[in-house]
Design a binder for this molecule. Structure first.
Ligand code: PLP
Length: 402
């Protein structure tokens, strides 16, 4: 008789966004239309340069001479896209070889799937609060232990709170795998070169692997903040980086991302680049040609200018939210180098309780910090990905109920 992966049965049921959905649906007669600043999805359309590239690629697919079937190049990624990504790294002085870049359908898939090439006994460290994918995929692979109602017994939780400026401290128990994400979802925090250097040195001295999620690097506005872990000396010997076109260029529904695995990454008796190449060429057949052309277009001069314009639009929302909530006397974090604003609930109120209050009194949907981990309790996340007018209105409403 077949046996199932028992780890799936250990996962707690009420995942954050379904629970938010339930509460929103249960709120039957809102006095005003709801404004949703909860889920971190983008709202602005794709850039004209992207649409143009997609149209052109679609046309090519309709002609015998330019039709494309399976992509024969590295793991289903066309050279034109990998070379454009390599050039993008070069702009920040980071030299990545084209065969260190693996294109995929999403950073979410990659940061979970990477566990395929790593042993189930590895000890995993995550920031707390955290993007839930790292935790749940660790649990599915049997790396998280048991869920005790608040924590997974085998995970190392690294609290990130206002007290440590939302930067995790080096843990006492040494992890084998360390998930880091900067700019951070949900806190909006960024790490400086010096702070990342500490982590790179720590990982190298213990033979640990850093899984670095840079999905929000394009939102960094301050100079001197690293956009890539590979800006840190020694990172090529201890880190893998995930990046995505999702937030950078509005590709959440278009789907394209990439993962950088340096060839110098010889850990635990294997070459991780070669192993991931083997894994992807066996289990994955690449991203559609049309989508890879779309992704390439975001890295052209016109594409860059247009996507930058959209990012400015979102970051202006972020400023409106930051300024408004600060004026209401709230302690506000993030929103300068990230499209997320993270604020403390007034008087240390329970985050689900304050979420309900904002829902019922202001008709604004947010995300309760507790949904991102135990140390998220007492905080609320608001996204800057909404419509500018609606965002302005949402802030006015929050101010009026404070
Ligand atoms: C949105 C997001 C991603 C992007 O995931 P995709 O699968 O590429 O859409 C990755 N990491 C974090 C932390 C995110 O918030």
């Amino acid at each position: 008789m077949i046996k199932i992966n028992q780890n799936y049965l250990k996962l707690p049921g009420g995942y954050l966004f379904p629970e938010i959905g339930r509460r929103v649906r249960a709120f039957e007669n809102p006095s005003k239309p709801l404004i949703r600043l909860g889920i971190g999805d983008v709202t602005r359309p794709l850039a004209p340069a992207v649409i143009e590239a997609m149209h052109k690629a679609v046309e090519e697919m309709g002609h015998k001479d330019t039709f494309r079937g399976y992509c024969e190049e590295t793991c289903g990624a066309y050279d034109f896209l990998r070379f454009a990504i390599r050039d993008d790294y070069l702009r920040r002085g980071v030299d990545i070889a084209d065969d260190e870049i693996f294109v995929s359908d999403g950073a979410k898939s990659d940061c979970g799937n990477i566990g395929d090439i790593l042993d189930a006994d590895n000890v995993v460290a995550v920031c707390d609060p955290v993007y839930p994918v790292y935790v749940d995929t660790s649990a599915m692979a049997g790396r998280a232990g048991e869920y005790n109602g608040t924590h997974w017994t085998n995970l190392i939780y690294m609290p990130c709170t206002a007290e440590n400026d939302f930067i995790p401290e080096l843990p006492e128990r040494v992890p084998d795998i360390i998930y880091l994400c900067f700019p951070n979802n949900p806190t909006g925090a960024v790490a400086t070169k010096e702070q990342l250097k500490l982590w790179v040195d720590y990982a190298r001295s213990h033979g640990s692997l850093i899984l670095y999620d840079g999905a929000y690097e394009a939102f960094i506005s301050e100079p001197d903040i690293p956009h890539s872990i590979f800006e840190i000396e020694g990172a090529k010997e201890c880190a893998i980086e995930f990046r995505s076109f999702s937030k950078t260029a509005g590709f959440t529904g278009t789907r394209c991302a990439y993962t950088v695995i340096p060839k110098a990454l010889e850990l635990g008796g294997g070459n991780l680049n070669a192993m991931w190449n083997r894994r992807q060429s066996t289990k994955f057949n690449g991203v559609p040609y049309v989508i890879q052309r779309a992704a390439e277009a975001t890295l052209t001069e016109a594409g860059r200018a247009q996507t930058q314009e959209t990012i400015r639009y979102y970051m202006n929302n972020a400023k409106v939210i930051r300024d408004g909530l600060s004026k209401a006397g709230l302690q506000v974090y993030g929103g300068v180098n990230a499209p997320y604003i993270w604020f403390r609930t007034p008087d240390g109120m329970d985050s689900w309780k304050f979420f309900d209050r904002l829902l019922y009194e202001a008709c604004v949907v947010t995300t309760p910090g507790a949904g991102f981990g135990p140390s998220g309790e007492g905080y609320i996340r608001v996204t800057a990905f909404g419509d500018a007018e609606a965002t302005y209105e949402a802030v006015e409403r929050i101010l009026s109920v404070m």
